[in-house]
Design a protein around this ligand. Structure first.
Ligand code: S3P
Length: 167
């Protein structure tokens, strides 16, 4: 069994993922951390040395690798993962896809303090404008998820209950 958590940066995929995996008896895997281990570089370094295009290829390869693992896994993906290549279709074929859908206002307030650590936000001047446009672009991919949890439903105390019913 594989569960894929998807959603924008700051939607809580890692936190919700860790708690849910524990509750559901699944192993937790963070796709960005997996890429970092494989490459021996941080996501930030990968973006700045090789650029986003190369990162997306590494991300696609990593997704294929973890999808082939035999373990029961809950995988937290990076915010852009469902929006490139046929990644979303692959995840929908392999397992249960869960979209943590967090409102624009909440995303902005969660992301405003961590802008330096996130390569895509490094040089953004108007965070609200940027997130609003990126969300609109990504929503058609995210909305292909089999389970969509909105705002409070997407929090760590509730999400795992909905996931357990959908598995
Ligand atoms: C990205 C999100 C990041 C990371 C990379 C690109 C994106 O992951 O994969 O910086 O395109 O939204 P998080 O969603 O875990 O921050």
């Amino acid at each position: 069994m594989k569960v894929f958590l998807i959603g924008f940066m700051g939607s809580g995929k890692s936190t919700v993922g860790k708690v849910s995996a524990k509750k559901l008896g699944l192993k937790f895997l963070d796709l960005d951390s997996f890429i970092e281990e494989q490459e021996g570089k941080s996501i930030r370094e990968i973006f700045s040395f090789y650029g986003e295009e190369k990162f997306r290829l590494l991300e696609k390869e990593a997704l294929a690798k973890v999808s082939a693992f035999e373990d029961d896994l809950l995988i937290a993906t990076g915010g852009g993962c469902p929006c490139f290549f046929d990644n979303m279709e692959l995840m929908n074929q392999i397992g249960l896809t869960v979209y943590l859908k967090i409102s624009l206002g909440r995303l902005v307030s969660r992301l405003k303090n961590g802008m330096d650590e996130r390569p895509l936000l490094n040089e953004v001047s108007d965070l609200y404008e940027f997130i609003s446009a990126k969300l609109e672009e990504r929503e058609p991919f995210y909305s292909k998820a089999q389970l969509i949890l909105v705002d409070d439903q997407a929090g760590k105390d509730k999400a795992w209950k909905s996931i357990s019913k959908a598995i």
